[in-house]
Design a protein around this ligand. Structure first.
Ligand SMILES: NC(=O)c1ccc[n+]([C@@H]2O[C@H](COP(=O)([O-])OP(=O)(O)OC[C@H]3O[C@@H](n4cnc5c(N)ncnc54)[C@H](OP(=O)(O)O)[C@@H]3O)[C@@H](O)[C@H]2O)c1
Length: 271
């Protein structure tokens, strides 16, 4: 197990286990991985992919409370490809604050991918409070923020108006209507959404049935009962996240470490 901060190369060899055995050698352009992960269009003219990492015993973070400490080079290799294929990275503000997100660049060198991607990889924060980390607010290109009514005022004090998307939930304007937030991104031409968590955002996305695809890396380690799961408990008073089937699209295996990387379809994709 290595921390993300220690990961410097994306050269971990990978084997495709399913649907058909195949070796994916290290490749700076990542043509095969990009094809394996090419988005299948989901609902509403967009594709919403969530990428999370879990330990064998279901932990969503390591002893330092960060997911970086349960990542490894194989995960990093796919993580970069998923970012290269996306128009936006969508995250909960909690993850941005805890994991110290900074302004994003699309990973360099990965030449594969659709021609009509957004010119730049956008970072999109979901927040009820509207609090944006200073490092992000002060960046040359600050993030987009999807928030509720009060959050929009708070975020508007820190960001240019065109970076704040107010998506108040009907009946509870301080909460965020995630579907409306995603629609606003689609209207801006940002259709390939890569959500990187965290667990509270994933719970809300699943409850609103907004996730087309879930990529889950199983990291070959256990962390015990302390850390939470990749899906947080539902907020009291709200309906629980519904149970649903998932279809395995492919499974990769990193022979050096035993890391498993699965791509699960939650909606029958329209191909
Ligand atoms: N295993 C993994 O793949 C993975 C991925 C990401 C994070 N993590 C770990 O998860 C932990 C953080 O967990 P978390 O559940 O607190 O992360 P989170 O969901 O990113 O953060 C929660 C915060 O994000 C905002 N938020 C999330 N969902 C929202 C919604 N539906 N509407 C409005 N605002 C929303 C709120 O921010 P405001 O407080 O600003 O309102 C909320 O307090 C960290 O330890 C991190 O390392 C693990």
């Amino acid at each position: 197990m290595v921390t993300l901060a220690a990961v410097t190369s994306a050269t971990a060899p990978l084997d495709v286990v399913l649907p058909a055995p195949e070796h994916v050698a290290p490749d700076p352009a990542e043509e095969r991985l990009a094809a394996l992960y090419s988005p299948a269009w989901g609902t509403a003219g967009r594709h919403v992919r969530v990428n999370m990492v879990s330990t064998v015993d279901g932990g969503a973070w390591g002893p330092d409370h960060l997911s970086g400490s349960i990542n490894d080079e194989a995960d990093w290799r796919v993580f970069r490809v998923l970012r290269a294929l996306a128009d936006v990275v969508l995250i909960g503000a909690g993850t941005a604050r805890l994991e110290g997100y900074t302004a994003l660049e699309r990973p360099g060198g990965i030449t594969a991918g659709p021609d009509d991607r957004a010119a730049r990889l956008e970072l999109v924060l979901v927040t009820r409070s509207g609090r944006v980390p200073t490092a992000l607010a002060d960046a040359d290109r600050p993030p987009l923020v999807v928030t509720g009514a009060a959050g929009a005022q708070v975020a508007g004090d820190a960001l240019p108006a065109d970076r704040v998307i107010a998506a108040p939930a009907p009946g509870d304007p301080e909460s965020v209507d995630l579907a409306a937030g995603l629609d606003a991104l689609t209207d801006r031409g940002l259709r390939r959404v890569l959500c990187e968590g965290g667990p509270h955002l994933l719970e809300a996305m699943l409850r609103a049935d907004l996730v087309d695809e879930l990529c889950v890396t199983t990291s070959p380690c256990l962390v015990g009962a302390g850390p939470g799961r990749i899906v947080a408990a539902s907020v009291p008073g709200l309906p629980a996240t519904p149970a649903r089937p998932a279809r395995l699209a492919h499974l990769l295996h990193a022979p050096a470490t035993g890391t498993l990387l699965a791509r699960w379809d939650l909606h029958d994709p329209v191909r």
